[in-house]
Design a protein around this ligand. Structure first.
Ligand SMILES: [Zn+2]
Length: 260
C-alpha cells in the first residue's frame, strides 16, 4: 500500500517538475521571439537604454523618455532642433503660488521646417509636452486625418496650457499639471479642406461624416497614449466631454500611463 503511494507521489513529482520546466522554456522562447521581433523592427525607441531621437518612429519607451526630458530643458531643445521642429523658447513664469510656474517653456511655431499650427496661436507649454505634440502630429494625427478625413491637418483648437490651479479647480488637493504648463487641452482639429472636428460635437456626432469624425477622434486619442503620460478623453468623465487633456506627469520609475 505504502509502496504504491510512494510510487504515485514520485510520479506526480516528476510530472510537476516537467510542467515547470516546460513553462520556463515557454517563457524563455517567448522572450527570444519578442526580442527578435523588436530587433527586426529596428526601432531604437523600443529599447530603454537608447537616447531619445525625435526623428525615430514611436516605440515602447518613447513616452518614458519624453517624460524624462522634464529634467533636461537644454537636451529637449537640442532634440527639437535636430528633428526640425519649428519652435521658440517661451519666457519663464515665476511661481505665483504653491506649485505654479515653469522655466522650460517653448512655443511651437506655424512657420518652419516642421510646423505645428494652432488656432489662433500656439500657447507656451513645457518642452516635453511640445515634443510629444510634434510626434503626435507626425505619427498619429496627420495619418489619421488622411485615413478618416481624406485630407490633411491644418490646425488645432486648444483651451489652454498654463493655469495656476489645483485639479478640477478645487480649493485643495493635488496641483494640476496645468499649474506648470505640463499639459494642454485640445478641443478640436481643423483640416486643409476647411472642415473642422470638435470633441463636443463629433465624439458621438450624428451629422455628415459622423462615423469618419468619430473614428478620427478615437484614433488620435489612442495614439496620444503612446506619447503622453496622461490622456483623458470624453470616455473618462463629463469634465472632458469637450477636450482631450494631455500631460507629461512624472509618475516615477514605473512610468505607468493613464489612458482613458
Ligand atoms: Zn487639462
Amino acid at each position: 500500500m505504502a509502496a504504491r503511494r510512494r510510487k504515485r507521489n514520485a510520479r506526480a513529482w516528476r510530472t510537476g517538475r516537467r510542467t515547470i520546466a516546460l513553462a520556463v522554456w515557454a517563457v524563455l522562447l517567448a522572450g527570444i521571439v519578442y526580442g527578435l521581433y523588436l530587433f527586426g523592427r529596428g526601432h531604437p525607441e523600443d529599447l530603454p537604454w537608447t537616447k531619445l531621437d525625435l526623428a525615430q518612429p514611436v516605440g515602447l519607451f518613447t513616452r518614458g523618455k519624453l517624460v524624462d526630458l522634464n529634467d533636461d530643458y537644454p537636451q529637449c531643445r537640442i532634440l527639437m532642433d535636430r528633428a526640425g521642429v519649428a519652435f521658440e523658447p517661451a519666457p519663464a513664469i515665476a511661481a505665483e503660488a504653491g506649485q505654479c510656474g515653469y522655466a522650460n517653456g517653448v512655443r511651437l511655431l506655424e512657420a518652419g521646417a516642421r510646423t505645428t499650427p494652432f488656432h489662433p496661436r500656439s500657447p507656451p507649454v513645457q518642452c516635453q509636452v511640445a515634443a510629444a505634440i510634434a510626434l503626435w502630429e507626425w505619427h498619429v494625427v496627420q495619418p489619421a486625418a488622411r485615413r478618416h478625413m481624406k485630407t490633411s491637418l491644418a490646425g488645432y483648437d486648444q483651451l489652454g496650457t498654463y493655469n495656476c490651479r489645483r485639479m478640477y479647480g478645487r480649493a485643495d488637493g493635488a496641483w494640476s499639471e496645468h499649474a506648470t504648463a505640463n499639459a494642454i487641452d485640445i478641443s478640436g482639429f481643423r483640416f486643409a479642406d476647411g472642415r473642422r472636428v470638435t470633441l463636443l460635437q463629433d465624439w458621438n456626432g450624428t451629422g455628415p461624416d459622423a462615423a469618419a469624425k468619430a473614428a478620427f477622434l478615437r484614433e488620435v486619442r489612442d495614439g496620444a497614449c503612446d506619447l503622453f503620460a496622461t490622456v483623458l478623453s470624453p470616455d473618462y468623465n463629463a469634465a472632458h466631454a469637450d477636450h482631450f487633456h494631455l500631460d507629461q506627469a512624472d509618475r516615477g520609475a514605473m512610468r505607468g500611463g493613464a489612458c482613458r
